[in-house]
Design a protein around this ligand. Structure first.
Ligand SMILES: Nc1nc2c(ncn2[C@@H]2O[C@H](COP(=O)(O)OP(=O)(O)OP(=O)(O)O)[C@@H](O)[C@H]2O)c(=O)[nH]1
Ligand SMILES: [Mg+2]
Length: 310
């Protein structure tokens, strides 16, 4: 991508942890912004735009007070204007349920959208046993979605469950978030065999209805397994059947064939609406060898279902 900047932002403590980890994979192409009431989230962050939500040095959070965080974020707009002004794509990461993430992410997304930036949000929903956090998250989510072109809801329950299955700490499940960001940024920042750019992304995310992101990596001869992996990502349960738009980026090693690209594309697009707009990009990355990485932005989803992925 030549004109305009790509930006990863973390809002709230969990959002900042994720954003820093994701950014470290793609720091050559993308800027970083960190927003939190707790200054520890910015410890040692180099070359990042750091915004602390508060005017007092004693603040370590907006503990459970999203309105406060939102108001503080609003007062920082003269600063955000500096780096949002020339950003074309924002990947916004946050965990809902606390004060900072739930309040400031909404206002940050609003400011970014207002400045003409394409906003892709990944919002983690709290564990279902955390009732008060659930309540806060559920009231923030619709507003956050409103200002985001794509808002992916991530379930911490699902993430924790999958991490347990693999015998790792729940937080390590967040590698998925890093992969998603990396896939998306590489898709847009690199020159490919078949080029995708922000205009393609804009055209897909402008469809009315819900939208989501899928990411997976696997052997280049096993398109079905790649699709299964993408489906089992720790998203909140939802269906992608009947979607009207899909941007698909397939990345493989130097020996990737057109047949393999076609096979992956059909695994990912079979369930879409008959007249869906599908944009496909492909790229060779020598380091992938026999493996393939797929990133999909799916839009125009008919409705959100609670009965699992399709
Ligand atoms: N169990 C558990 N949940 C966590 C942890 N970190 C974050 N979360 C979840 O992520 C959500 C957001 O948490 P944070 O990012 O810490 O909250 P914040 O936005 O910084 O909010 P404040 O600290 O209240 O200003 C919470 O609702 C939790 O569900 C953790 O270490 N353990
Ligand atoms: Mg915090």
């Amino acid at each position: 991508m030549e004109d305009g900047k790509l930006l990863i932002a973390g809002v709230g403590s969990l959002g900042c942890r994720w954003a820093r980890a994701a950014h470290s994979r793609v720091s050559d192409w993308v800027d970083l912004a960190l927003v939190d009431a707790d200054a520890r989230s910015m410890d040692g962050a180099k070359h990042a735009n750091c915004l602390i939500l508060g005017d007092s040095t004693s603040e370590v959070g907006c503990a459970g007070m999203p309105q406060l965080a939102e108001a503080r974020m609003r007062s920082l707009q003269p600063i955000t204007d500096h780096f949002l002004g020339d950003a074309e794509l924002l990947v916004l990461l946050t965990g809902l349920g606390g004060g900072s993430g739930s309040g400031a992410s909404v206002e940050f997304a609003r400011q970014a959208a207002q400045s003409g930036c394409l906003v892709i949000t990944v919002a983690a929903m709290p564990f279902s046993a955390q009732f008060e956090r659930q309540r806060i998250a559920e009231s923030a989510l619709p507003r956050l979605s409103k200002y985001s072109h794509v808002c992916v809801e991530l379930s911490l329950d699902r993430m924790a469950w999958q991490a347990r299955e693999r015998g790792v700490d729940w937080e390590q499940g967040s590698a998925w978030v890093e992969e998603l960001c990396e896939g998306l940024i590489r898709t847009l920042a690199n020159v490919g065999l078949i080029n995708l750019d922000l205009m393609d992304l804009r055209s897909i995310v402008s469809k009315s209805g819900g939208s989501t992101l899928l990411v997976a990596e696997g052997h280049c001869d096993d398109s079905v397994q790649l699709y299964e992996r993408a489906r089992s990502s720790p998203l909140a349960a939802m269906s992608v059947g009947g979607a009207t738009g899909c941007l698909l980026q397939v990345e493989g090693g130097p020996h990737m064939t057109l047949k393999q690209v076609e096979s992956v594309a059909s695994a990912f697009t079979d369930g879409l609406a008959m007249d869906a707009q599908v944009i496909i990009g492909a790229r060779v990355s020598p380091d992938l060898g026999e493996r393939m990485r797929v990133v999909a932005v799916v839009s125009g989803l008919p409705r959100i279902q609670s009965d699992g992925l399709v």
